[in-house]
Design a protein around this ligand. Sequence first.
Ligand code: AMP
Ligand code: MG
Length: 549
Amino acid sequence: MKRAFCVFTTLLHERKVHIGSKMKISNMKDWKFKEPPVYAELPIDENPEYNVPVAVKNAVFSKVPTEPLIGKVHLVCASEDCLVNVLDLDPAVTDSEEFVDLIAGKYLPEGGLTVCHRYGGYQFGFWADQLGDGRAHILGEYVNSKGESWQPQLKGSGETPYSRFGDGRAVLRSSIREMLASEACHFLGIPTTRAAGLVVSEEHKIWRDKTYSGRAKQENAAIVLRVAPSWYRLGSVEILLKRREPHTMKAMVDHVIKNYFPQIGVDDEDKYVKLYSEVAHKNLDMVATWQGFGFTHGVLNTDNVSVLGLTIDYGPYGFIEHYSRHYVPNSSDDLGRYAFYKQPEIMLWNLEKFAEALQPILTEDQKGKIAAVGDTLEKYVTDKVLQTYLIKLGLTTIQDGDDELVDNFLTIMERTRADFTATFRQLAEVPQSQLTDKTTLESKWSLNKVQEASDWSAWVNKYIDRLQAEKVSEEERTSRMCKANPVYVPRNWIMQEAINDAENNDFEKVRFLLKLFEKPFEPNEEAEKRGYSSQPPSWSYGLKLSCSS
Ligand code: AMP
Ligand code: MG
C-alpha cells in the first residue's frame, strides 16, 4: 500500500536508547529519594493500624507501608522513556532484582516515605464521601537531573485506611491497560500521569467478578509504578470542605500553589482565584485533547480529576472506533453520564464542584472573581475543542462556519460508522484532489465508509474552499495532519489480545505496544503486519469494559 509522505520505521530493530549526555543510574541502590519529601510539609496521619478502613481526620496523607506481592514476581514491561527521561534510570536496571522488588512493593529506596492520599469525590453525580488511595502508595519524591520533582506511586500495593471494601490489589488486565494508555497518551500529546513499569505475581491470586455476573474468578495480582509530579485531585479539596477542615485545606492549597503553580505568587492576594483559573483551564485543555483523539475516560468523577490537569486513573476508558458521539466505554455507566460528547460539560460540572469546595478559604470578593472565571469556561472549552478539530483538518485559525464544517464531518462519520482515528488519518494521506475519487477512497478502509454518505462530495468541496481561504498548501496540510492524526491508538481489541497473551505469561505483545505507542504518528512495518491500523476484527465491535479491576 502506498502511503504518501509517511516513512516506515521498524521498532523491533530500534532498541537504542537516547540517554543523552547525562549519565543514567544503573544501580538501583544509587537511586535515592529526596529527604524529606515535599509532601512531608503537610499533615500525615500515623495510625499504626494502617490496613483498617477508617475515616481519617485532619490529615492529607496517611503513613502506610506497602504490602509486597507474594510469590514469584515477573516484570511485564517497563517504559524506557519514562525510566530514562523522568527517573534518570538506565534501562539496564530492569534486569535487576531491586527494580522488580521496587515495583512489587518489597524494596523502598533510601529517603522513601510511603503515604496514601486522603481524598473524597462525587461519583456519578453524588457525593461519595471519603475515597482516598485504597490501593496506591506514594513512595517518595524523586528530583531528577533536570531539577523536576516527581512522585513515584505504586498502584495495587496493598490495603490502606482508604481500602473500604477492596483488597488493595489490582489485576493484570487493568494494570496493562493503565500502563499502555498512560504512556500512549503521553506520546499522543495528552497531559497524563506516566507509567514506568508493571509487575505481576505468578502465585498471588485475587478474586474478581469481571462481568459482575456473580461468577468471580481468581486472577493474578499486579502492580504498576506510576509517576506524576503530585497526585492531588479535585476530591482532595472536597473532602476538606465536607469534613469542615479549613485549616488543613488552606495548608494543602497553599502547598499546591507553592510547589506546582510557581507562576502564582504565594503572597498574591488573588492566589486562590488564579489557582482556580489555572486548574480549570488546564483540565479543559486536557479534555480538548481527549476529544481530538476520541479518548473517553469512562469514570470522570471528581476524585479522578487531577488538580494538575493530568489524565489520571485509567479504568474502563476507550478510544472511539466506529464513531458515535454517545460512545460509553464503561459497562456500568448505564445512563451515559460519561459519554464521549459529554466530557467537556462534565468537566465544567466537576469544576463547579471544585469552586464550591474552595469556598471556606475564600473572601467574598474572591468568591465573586471565581464565579466570573467560571462564567467564561464554557465558551473557552467549546472554542478549544473546535480548534482541536480544525488542527486535525490541517487548519490553524477559527473562521465563521467552522463549527458546521467540523460537525458535518463528524455526523458523516457517525452515519457511516466510520472509524474515528483511521478516518482522520486517511484524510491526511489522500491529496485534496483525490478526496472524491472513488478508487482512491476504496483503498482506504475507513474513508471508503464515509464516501457512502450522500453529502460527502459537498462536504469535501466546502473543506477544500476552507483550506483555500487559509491558503493552506497541499504539503502543509499533509504534514500538519500527519502530526495531529495518529496511525495507532490503544484500541480495546489490540490491548485485549496483548492481555490474553500476558495472562499466559507471554509479554511480547504488551512490550511491542508500549514501544509502538512511543511513535503513534508513524506507520510501523510490524504493526501493519499485525493489523493495528486495519479495520478492527468483528469480535471487537461493541467491546465494553467493566470497572472490576
Ligand atoms: P477508581 O474507580 O479506581 O478510581 O477507585 C475509586 C476508589 O476505590 C478509590 O478510592 C480507590 O482507591 C478505591 N479502590 C478501587 N479498587 C480498590 C481495591 N481493589 N482495593 C481497595 N480500594 C480500591
Ligand atoms: Mg480513582
